[in-house]
Design a binder for this molecule. Structure first.
Ligand SMILES: [Zn+2]
Length: 724
């Protein structure tokens, strides 16, 4: 996919900025190995380049058209396209007759000499005349009329291959697309699509910190660019579905900026829950519920929500009609032909837009390394049948609280096996409540019990549905495993089903949870049953289906780290998208899109804000940086009194360290520092003692150099100096 072929148009405005420039987040200081630099990504994929596309196979039936380039742009007839190779097959049809005639029996070995062969009726009919053996009676004759229809159908097939050519190429419009989260990472999805006067923010998601971000619970995207946008354009928030990595940052955005919000009822209900929790319930007045399959005029765009299948109910892809052409954004999806609620992905709408011609497709890259297709959610139900049959005692099932179809499948098994259902865990309870209120969970009240009622029933009459499938320490399942749960004490007869896979980064905590559950003697059902969990994201075959239904001119793989989007780009090339019309982006990249080109025009500020979930407050960057220093290099504290008169220390300084030198070396280290300060004071000009801040800085620098030299560490150094 790499394309270093830059033309002048590409290189302008690209500057030397790195994608994260302008972002002061600590992340910058500790480069995230997952965040890759895509210096080699394809640059401007416009139509000026003459590079032939190696993936575009010549159509053997198509005569070369010297007046058209690959983008369908008619060129001057006087300049034939030097890149088009002559098509050696172009005379195929003309030669058909000869070929058929000439081929007769050339490759066929006569078999009438083999023993046991039945006599050949043809030969008998021909009177056994060997001279006629080369002239089969039923040879296909390609006459002029047949040839005409072969050519007509070839043309029809050819025309269906690039429906984007139906787009009005003369359109003068321009749109810009800027991912502010979700590229170069999994999660934290947020992107802006804008015309001259309108900007839509597609999803406002959160992501999880890495292990160096101590005390940080979640990350939300940097909203700086949205502050700029608000001054210039009409801005709207467009929600595709209710997953945390698509709506989790909404309260934090609305504390800074408010916009009208559009989405399906479940997604907005889940945002409402968040707003209530953050004391923002007044902003539910910004809600606009959408109707699927209907175009909503939002600013100067027409937006349609198209139902898709994903690991949450009411998930949608977007079709955005703009002046410049139609944009399709799949958002998160898979193609489940047998979904639990029978509402399949609305592929007919995808086909409808594809047929009309789509300028650009943005598609989910999360599972782009997975060959084949992701399995239907229904297979998990079959696994539950097996597991419920095997379980003798209580069944405790844990999954993502938003995966309501998964939860419903477990609940339905509970009902058929005569088990009462107890839902435990704040987010699980809230999600089930919301989905029941909206009619997505159709299980009668009588099947549910409260947690304190569990002991009233026999073990084989209980299903507990709970949170904590990622090993989260505060979640109910972990508290049960550590015997800290107020109501539920684990028993060796319990079967714990973990119906999830560890999100990258959570493997260790899931493993630790498994250890605790197994130590408690429970039967843990996890990965040994292949279909205990299925993904909600499309594998390669599903990605191909969407690529072929839409067959866009331009393609932007979204949602994923660099390796995911690069793989998705290769799949797109296999599906006939010109590789020059694909761009691999990072957060903060802004691209401009017209009917003629797709190119990066600038980089806007992007990055992450740290959130402490205990108080829903922001943690400033410097706090996280200090924590990183403390955790990795320790701290040195120095308190000293210095006489201005004698320029010497009064008494011994108090020197303490944590996380830097072992206790037994404390005295030695203190002496070194003391001598160092004495030397520093001896060589100091008297006027330097006028300002204790200056002298603190001098002492800090000296200690820093000493520690780097002797210990190769960079501790936090805090000198406190009193000048008397
Ligand atoms: Zn999702």
């Amino acid at each position: 996919m790499e394309n270093n072929n830059q033309n002048k148009e590409n290189s302008q405005n690209q500057g030397q900025k790195t994608p994260n420039q302008g972002n002061n987040a600590p992340r910058e200081r500790r480069p995230n190995p997952h965040r890759q630099n895509n210096n080699n990504k394809p640059q401007n994929q416009g139509e000026n380049s003459n590079r032939p596309n190696p993936n575009r196979k010549p159509n053997p039936n198509k005569k070369p058209n010297p007046s058209q380039d690959v983008n369908g742009n008619v060129q001057d007839k006087a300049t034939p396209n030097g890149n088009k190779k002559p098509n050696p097959n172009q005379n195929r049809n003309n030669n058909n007759q000869n070929r058929n005639a000439g081929n007769n029996n050339q490759n066929r070995k006569p078999n009438n000499n083999k023993p046991g062969n039945k006599p050949n009726n043809n030969q008998n009919r021909n009177g056994g005349n060997n001279k006629n053996r080369g002239k089969r009676k039923n040879v296909t004759t390609v006459n002029d009329e047949m040839r005409k229809y072969l050519e007509i159908n070839d043309k029809v097939k050819n025309d269906t291959m690039n429906p984007w050519k139906n787009i009005d190429m003369a359109s003068k419009g321009k749109i810009r697309f800027t991912p502010l989260g979700g590229l170069g990472e999994i999660g934290g999805n947020m992107a802006v699509l804008e015309t001259e006067s309108t900007a839509i923010i597609i999803d406002v998601g959160m992501s999880f910190p890495d292990e160096t971000m101590h005390g940080v619970d979640i990350l939300v995207p940097d909203f700086s660019y949205l502050h700029t946008l608000k001054k210039e354009k009409d801005v709207y928030v467009i929600i595709t579905h209710g997953h945390e990595d698509h709506i989790g940052a909404m309260p934090y955005l609305f504390k800074e900026l408010q916009f009208p919000i559009y989405g399906t009822p479940l997604a907005l209900a889940m945002i409402e829950n968040k707003f209530n929790e953050h004391g923002l319930s007044q902003y539910t007045k910004n809600f606009n519920f959408v109707t699927m399959r209907k175009q909503h005029q939002i600013g100067d765009m027409k937006i349609e929500w198209m139902h898709n299948t994903h690991s949450i109910i009411d998930a949608c892809s977007l079709a955005v009609e703009t002046e410049v052409g139609t944009i399709i954004h799949t958002a998160d999806f898979k193609v489940d032909h047998t979904p639990v609620d029978n509402y399949t992905m609305d592929l007919r709408r995808f086909a409808h837009y594809g047929e009309k011609g789509v300028l650009c497709l943005f598609s989910d890259s999360t599972n782009s390394h997975n060959p084949g297709a992701t399995k239907s959610e229904k297979v998990v139900g079959k696994t539950f049948d097996t597991l419920f049959n095997l379980a003798k005692g209580r069944v405790i099932m844990s999954t993502f609280s938003s995966n309501v179809h998964r939860i419903v499948q477990a609940m339905e098994r509970a009902v058929t096996h005569g088990r009462k259902i107890c839902v435990i865990g704040r987010s699980m309870e809230r999600n089930i409540e919301t989905n029941r209120a909206l009619g997505f969970v159709d299980i009668e009240d009588k099947h549910f019990i409260e947690v304190h009622e569990v002991p009233k029933y026999a073990d084989h009459e209980i299903l507990i549905v709970t949170t904590g499938s990622q090993g989260e320490t505060m979640a109910a399942l972990n508290r049960m495993a550590t015997d800290e749960h107020r109501h539920i004490k684990l028993k060796p007869s319990d079967t714990v089903i973990i119906s999830a896979s560890a999100i990258p980064g959570n493997e260790a905590s899931v493993s630790s949870l498994m250890n605790k559950l197994m130590k408690a003697g429970c039967t843990v059902r996890y990965k040994e049953f292949a279909d205990i969990h299925v993904s909600g994201h499309a594998g390669q075959e599903e990605q191909k289906l969407i690529l072929r239904l839409i067959q866009p001119k331009f393609f932007l793989p979204v949602h994923g780290e660099y390796n995911h989007i690069a793989k998705h780009a290769r799949t797109a090339v296999e599906c006939g998208v010109d590789e020059r019309n694909i761009l691999l982006m990072s957060d903060g990249d802004q691209i401009e899109l017209t009917t003629k080109y797709l190119k990066k025009v600038k980089t806007v500020k992007s990055g992450k804000t740290y959130i402490d979930n205990q108080n829903n407050m922001t943690i400033e960057n410097d706090v996280v940086l200090d924590r990183q220093k403390l955790a990795e290099d320790g701290i040195v504290n120095v308190v000293a009194q210095i006489s201005q008169e004698t320029q010497k220390m009064l008494g011994k300084p108090i020197i303490s360290t944590h996380g830097l030198v072992p206790d037994k070396e404390d005295k030695k280290f203190q002496k070194e520092i003391e001598v160092m300060i004495e030397t520093l004071l001896l060589n100091m000009k008297p006027e330097a003692l006028k300002n204790h801040k200056d002298i603190e800085n001098d002492i800090r620098n000296s200690i820093r150099k000493h520690v780097i030299r002797t210990k190769k560490r960079y501790p936090l150094i805090i000198p406190t100096i009193f000048i008397v």
